[in-house]
Each structure stands twice: as structure tokens, then as C-alpha cells.
Design a protein around this ligand. Structure first.
Ligand code: ACO
Length: 428
């Protein structure tokens, strides 16, 4: 017999079904709660609320486990590549050799942008944040592709998904080039996905660009590690916006904005800015830590803490090692990496952080790698967005194929004034 839970509200007792996931996670199904009792649940920040059932990503925050479609992140980062991970997430299985090469060819064929995008970029101020530029331009894609906006048409969805995966690196590179006054390079489709992006970012039309394999592999790894993370802020945004039946471009534009915030993907930029400030001001990591503990919001230890991981973030482990490798192979000595390591070491022994289960998250070391490969800080979150895109698309597709699909519409507990008569202007 399947498990149930009982809830007593006033003089009513309600029997609620317990849903069990494939890894033994349990949830109390409250879908009939309001209809049967008139009550709702209240859960600010949704820390205890499941919004969907999903077969894409499994996370165990206590054990530090992360798996995409069942495959551990450690195995994917050691053996796979970003294009394969895109396929895995979006199509639900690892591709055969032919499927992967067909997929790569398709993505390559869509990397170019409509020529009018150049004018759109030139209309943006030079100091526009790349995340603002990316979300604007991704939203604008919907105006260029009215032929593929129907969320109910699988072919239109597939072509939109391919266009997004192919074009976001081009848009992100153009956002950067616009900010520094460099000409835009057309994609060069004999390069692979990451190599192409690096050339569009850092190349110029006057010289050949050679893709550094160390940099290429480091970025590919970062994209894999960022590719999906179940119902975080930007992914929940994807599901909520997508549930209104708006097209995929409009949805992803909203997700990019959600990712931009410093408490979410924007933390990677904040981490490097924090490390630079510590370095430039000559503050000791210990002193900075004390400020972070005092509750001074301007000194929050960026890159530490996670809503789900309460032991360690498995992505941070992989990145920390990659960070050491990349810097060593590039022959870079980074004082920022030294500060990061010292901060990590003292933090992990500090009662404040231990009691609150605050560990380095994915963003703590990723910024050091981005920095070492020559990426300006304001581009870090745009790189994160390129990585997270297949996860958003996979979640959007799953939402639309869910038999329990409904527009997302949370409730609230109203705490404002009770019925109040309108006061005419001359009596106020
Ligand atoms: N530095 C100092 N104190 C912290 C930090 C931190 N980085 N993170 C949490 N705390 C403290 C809080 O002040 C709170 O203390 P209190 O109980 O005394 O009030 C306690 O730890 C619990 O923190 P919450 O903010 O309630 O935890 P929540 O789960 O809501 O927030 C979050 C998680 C937003 C990630 C938070 O840890 C944070 O702001 N970290 C820094 C920003 C960051 O690195 N974000 C990236 C997350 S990963 C990602 O999105 C890709």
C-alpha cells in the first residue's frame, strides 16, 4: 500500500498521498488542499516546496551528489563534452556517434545571426552589461523567427532550441565586442562550439586565431558543470514564464535576467570582484571573513553557501582541481587564486560557516579560471548562461510534455489593510 500523510486542519482530517521519486525522495501531494480545506501552504523562497516532478537532474545536497539524467557530474566532466551534454539533457539520452555528429552539424549551421543584429547592438550603450545585452537579443530572436514560436509544435520547438544553443555564444561574443569597440567576427564553422566562441570573443579580423586547447578544454568543462541544476532561480523562472505558453526565446530571455542576479549566477562576477578588492586593499582574508560574519551585507562571502548543498558542492570540487591545472599549464601565478584558497581554508574551519553549513559553491573558483583565460569580469555570467542554456531548454520541454501541465500561479497570504473607503483628494 502506498504511503499517505495525515493533516488535521480545524475539525477536518485530510489524507494526503505521498509521492516517491526514483531516488527515494518523498513529497506530500497537496494539490487538493485548498479545495478541501480552504487553506494554502506558506513557504517563502520555496525551500520546502516541490513545483514539479522531473527526470532531468538529481541532486542530493547532503551527500554532494549531482547527476544529469542519472550520470554523475564527475563522469561527465571527465569523459564527455558540452555538445554531448546538451544532447543528453535536451533529448534525454546519450547520443550515438552519428546522432552527435548530426547534432553538432545542425548547431554549426545556425551560429550566424541576422545581419540586422549589428544595428541592434549599435543601439546599446557601450557600457551595457553583457547579460542585459544577451537577454535583449535573445528576446529579439523571437521577432526574427516568427516561424518557430509555437510551444505546442515539436518541430518548431526543436528548431528554436537549436537556434538558441547555436546563437547564444555569437550574441554573447558580440555583446563583449560591442563593449570594447571591436568588430564582430562571423562564426567560423570548421571550429567546434567552444573554439568558435573563443575566436568570436578574442579574435580580430586582421589575424588568424589559434584556439588554445587548454583554454578550450577549461571552458568546455565549465559549460558542462553549469549545464543544469534542477529548480534553481533561473530554471524556476524558465518554468514559470514558459507555463504562460510564451515562446522559447521569450522564456530564455527571462531566465538570463534571473541568472544575472548576484545571489545566483552573478555570484561568479561578485567573487572575482571580492578577491580583487581583498588583493588591492591589502585586506587579510581573515579580516574579510570577520566582516562577512558580522552580517555586513557588503562583505558577504561571495561564492559560499548554497540553498541545496549543505556538505559540499561537487561542481566546486571539480572546478578547484581544474583551476589548479589550468593555471599551472598556462604558467600563470594568480594572487587571486592564493587568496581564494586561503579564504576557503580558514572558512572551512570557522564555526560560523561550519554551523551554517556554508561551503564553496560552483562560482567560487570558476571566476578564477575565467579570469586566467582573459575574460573580463562582466562576461562571467554570460558564459554561465551559455552553459546553463541546455538545462533551461530541457526543463522547458519537460514542462510542456507534463500531463500535469498548468500555468504557474502561486497564492499568497494577504496582510494589507482590510476594506478601506476611498478618501477624496480634498479630504486627505
Ligand atoms: N557569507 C556570509 N554569511 C552567509 C553566506 C555567505 N556567503 N551565505 C549564507 N550566510 C548566512 C546567512 O546570513 C544566514 O545566517 P543567519 O542564519 O545567522 O541569518 C545563514 O548563513 C543562512 O543563509 P541564507 O541566506 O538563509 O541561505 P539561503 O539558502 O537563503 O541562501 C545563498 C543561499 C543565496 C546562495 C547564500 O548562501 C548567499 O548569498 N551566498 C553568496 C552568493 C553566492 O555565492 N551565490 C551563488 C549560489 S550558486 C548559484 O546560484 C549558481
Amino acid at each position: 500500500m502506498s504511503e499517505t500523510a495525515e493533516l488535521r486542519v480545524g475539525d477536518k482530517t485530510l489524507e494526503l498521498n505521498v509521492i516517491e521519486g526514483s531516488e527515494g525522495e518523498k513529497a506530500i501531494d497537496i494539490t487538493k488542499l485548498r479545495a478541501q480545506t480552504g487553506y494554502i501552504t506558506l513557504d517563502p523562497g520555496y525551500a520546502n516546496s516541490g513545483s514539479c516532478q522531473s527526470a532531468i537532474t538529481f541532486i542530493d545536497g547532503e551527500e554532494g551528489i549531482l547527476r544529469y539524467r542519472g550520470i554523475p557530474i564527475e563522469e561527465l566532466s571527465a569523459q564527455s563534452n558540452f555538445m554531448e551534454v546538451c544532447y543528453l539533457l535536451i533529448h534525454g539520452k546519450l547520443p550515438t556517434e552519428t546522432e552527435l555528429s548530426d547534432y553538432e552539424d545542425t548547431i554549426r549551421r545556425h551560429t550566424m545571426l541576422h545581419e540586422d543584429f549589428k544595428q541592434m547592438f549599435s543601439a546599446l550603450p557601450k557600457d551595457a552589461h553583457p547579460m542585459a545585452a544577451c537577454s535583449t537579443m535573445v528576446g529579439a530572436l523571437s521577432t526574427f523567427y516568427p516561424d518557430s514560436l509555437d510551444p505546442r509544435d515539436p518541430e518548431e520547438v526543436e528548431i528554436s532550441a537549436n537556434r538558441l544553443i547555436a546563437k547564444l555564444p555569437t550574441l554573447a561574443a558580440y555583446a563583449y565586442n560591442h563593449s570594447i569597440g571591436m568588430p564582430f567576427l562571423y562564426p567560423q564553422n570548421d571550429l567546434d562550439y567552444v573554439g568558435n566562441f573563443l575566436r568570436m570573443m578574442f579574435g580580430n579580423p586582421c589575424e588568424d586565431f589559434e584556439v588554445d586547447p587548454v583554454v578550450r578544454n577549461a571552458l568546455d568543462l565549465l559549460f558542462i558543470l553549469h549545464a543544469e541544476h534542477e529548480q534553481n532561480c533561473s530554471t524556476s523562472t524558465t518554468r514559470l514564464v514558459g507555463s504562460s505558453m510564451v515562446n522559447l526565446f521569450g522564456t530564455i530571455s527571462a531566465a538570463i535576467n534571473a541568472l544575472w542576479g548576484p545571489l545566483h549566477g552573478g555570484a561568479n562576477q561578485s567573487v572575482i570582484e571580492m578577491l580583487e578588492a581583498i588583493h588591492e586593499e591589502g585586506t587579510s582574508p581573515r579580516d574579510y571573513l570577520e566582516r562577512a560574519k558580522s552580517g555586513d551585507e557588503s562583505a558577504r562571502l561571495m561564492g559560499f553557501g548554497h540553498r541545496v548543498y549543505k556538505n559540499f558542492d561537487p561542481r566546486a570540487k571539480v572546478i578547484k582541481k581544474a583551476c589548479d591545472d589550468v593555471l599551472e599549464r598556462m604558467g600563470i601565478h594568480s594572487p587571486l587564486l592564493e587568496i581564494a584558497k586561503e579564504l576557503e581554508e580558514i572558512t572551512l574551519k570557522d564555526d560560523y560557516f561550519v554551523e551554517r553549513k556554508l561551503y564553496p559553491n560552483v562560482d567560487f573558483y570558476s571566476g578564477v579560471i575565467y579570469n586566467a583565460i582573459g575574460t573580463p569580469a562582466n562576461m562571467f555570467t554570460a558564459m554561465f548562461a551559455i552553459g546553463r542554456l541546455p538545462g533551461w531548454i530541457a526543463q522547458w520541454k519537460e514542462l510542456h510534455s507534463d500531463p500535469a501541465f498548468k500555468i504557474g500561479r502561486p497564492r499568497q497570504v494577504y496582510t494589507g489593510p482590510t476594506k478601506t473607503a476611498y478618501t477624496p483628494m480634498d479630504q486627505r
